[in-house]
Design a protein around this ligand. Structure first.
Ligand code: ZN
Length: 173
């Protein structure tokens, strides 16, 4: 039985063997142009295993390292987020081409509201009550018929200010 050797003579036959699937030929990788052996005759383009590996799987160790980077809450919803290793994300999707082009995003955590102690709460209540009684007094003043318009305005202004203070105090919790 004759066994055809793969090599230049087969390759040079070109179209003659293009439909003969029993033949194995050598073709240059379409990416790196390294010779790729054992290609089925008729194959037009071939990618060597090294290039295939580069395409299908990014280096494992690198990927795992990335996941260890602590990202702030909601980073996926930020238009642009850059982690501590300068990996750039656009709406949560990594932009490999942009790596290292931007400075890491600085996320300032919102300060937690300090809860008031019972004593502080009591103090606020006392203050509010004081303001309420002051307002009651001022309103009584307003009832007086003999007030001049200018005096009236002054009292009304004072009431407004005290009302505002009460509102501010009421917001504290
Ligand atoms: Zn290749």
């Amino acid at each position: 039985m004759k066994v055809r050797r793969k090599g230049t003579n087969i390759k040079s036959r070109g179209k003659d063997i293009s439909h003969n699937h029993g033949e194995l030929i050598t073709l240059p990788c379409k990416i790196c142009e390294d010779p790729v052996n054992n290609c089925t005759a008729g194959t037009v383009k071939v990618t060597c295993w090294r290039c295939v590996q580069k395409i299908i799987e990014p280096p494992k160790a690198f990927g795992q390292k990335k996941s260890s980077i602590v990202k702030p809450r909601g980073w996926k919803f930020m238009k642009i987020y850059v982690d501590s290793e300068k990996n750039v994300y656009y709406k949560g999707t990594e932009q490999v081409d942009l790596k290292g082009t931007l400075e890491p995003t600085v996320v300032v955590p919102k300060p937690k509201k300090k809860k008031l102690t019972p004593r502080e709460k009591e103090k606020i209540e006392v203050e509010k009550n004081h303001l309420f009684s002051e307002i009651t007094q001022l309103k009584k003043e307003l009832m007086k018929i003999e007030l001049l318009p200018r005096q009236r305005k002054k009292i009304e202004k004072e009431i407004k200010q005290k009302d505002k203070k009460i509102k501010v105090l009421s917001k504290k919790k």
